[in-house]
Ligand binder design. Structure first.
Ligand SMILES: [Zn+2]
Length: 340
């Protein structure tokens, strides 16, 4: 069934390439042909998410491979491996001129006699008033470290869970940092110790609440490395009925991106990822987007959760496709996303 989605992705990419080709053709013909002929070759409108190639598949692949490499030893909170991940994320934020939110990129907290570090970059809003309202785009970058070996491999690489989501946040930070087209401010947050009970997000949500942050929406990203099977939407949103986020997001995107997954409700995924910490503290829309549908990936919390199991074209497409929704959330004159 995965081939089906690869096929769809190929078709979409083909349409995108063909449309660009037609545009070039049109521009070239424009000089020589009369208006009747021009009308015949005007390309059909391309969907919002696919008009520009903002997200680079090679960067997605490279970042995913680094974060889930054996060298990082499964990114257990407090380990040397996750420290390498933290430094890597900080370096990319810095290279892309994304400011640290606090004096450094790190928000630190104690965990099991050691330290966990959330990494936070800020892309400040461009509007003097709206910049005081914040979106938090987040993903946990920790994983479970070393587990019982299978065929001498004991490293739980956590490619899908959640190097994939971390790469999405990183790529979105790069995009919005460069575009600077957000009136509201956006925090790009890489959370630690999610696997130990949402500890990083609990700490940060409390801290931001104490600091009286005006949080509009938390959009958390988890396990997006493999497409869902036979769905008319690209991903699902946990806590679907908690707010109008999915509806508004799809409207903003002019595409059916976020849908409802009954299993997500059955397993109460709304309360099982970092979005819940922000929901509890702030009582604002705080939800997780994911494509792990309980049938499309066999390696949840296993040593085989590796980078080569990820569908890079799908991930790239999905990250690209959520840009317009996030951009619109960051720019509407009023807060349109509300709890139900
Ligand atoms: Zn996870």
């Amino acid at each position: 069934m995965r081939d089906f989605f690869i096929f769809i992705t190929m078709i979409k990419n083909f349409i995108r390439t063909a449309s660009l080709g037609l545009l070039v053709l049109f521009s070239a013909c424009n000089l020589t042909q009369n208006s009747t002929e021009e009308k015949q070759i005007i390309p059909p409108p391309v969907k919002t998410g696919f008009t520009k190639a903002n997200i680079n598949a090679m960067a997605v692949k490279e970042e995913l491979e680094f974060l889930s490499s054996n060298d990082l030893m499964g990114r257990n909170t407090g380990s040397k491996g996750i420290e390498k991940a933290a430094v890597y994320l900080e370096e990319i934020l810095k290279k892309n001129d994304i400011k640290p939110y606090y004096t450094t990129y790190r928000d630190s907290f104690e965990v099991e006699g050691s330290f966990g570090y959330n990494i936070i970059g800020l892309v400040e809003g461009t509007d003097p008033v709206l910049k005081n309202e914040f979106l938090i785009i987040s993903a946990h970058y920790d994983h479970i470290g070393l587990i019982s070996p299978i065929a001498n491999d004991s490293i739980a690489n956590g490619a899908n869970d959640n190097a994939a989501g971390s790469v999405a946040v990183l790529e979105l930070a790069k995009y919005f940092g460069a575009a600077s087209n957000n009136k509201r401010s956006i925090l790009f947050v890489f959370l630690s110790a999610e696997e130990k009970g949402l500890l990083g997000s609990k700490h940060l949500a409390k801290r931001l609440k104490n600091e009286k942050l005006d949080l509009y929406v938390n959009f958390n990203i988890e396990m997006i490395g493999v497409p869902m099977v036979n769905k008319d939407h690209m991903a699902y949103l946990t806590g679907f009925e908690e707010s109008n986020l999915a509806d508004k997001f799809n409207e903003y995107s002019d595409e059916n991106i976020l849908g409802f997954l009954p299993k997500a409700k059955e397993f109460d995924l709304f309360r099982r990822s970092d979005n819940y910490s922000f929901y509890k503290e702030f009582k604002v829309p705080a939800q997780t987007i994911s494509t792990f549908d309980f049938t499309n990936y066999n390696y949840y919390h296993q040593v085989q959760d590796e980078a080569d199991e990820m569908n890079i074209p799908f991930m790239t497409n999905l990250i690209e496709s959520i840009i317009p929704g996030i951009q619109t959330m960051a720019n509407t004159p009023t807060k349109e996303i509300k709890l139900n």
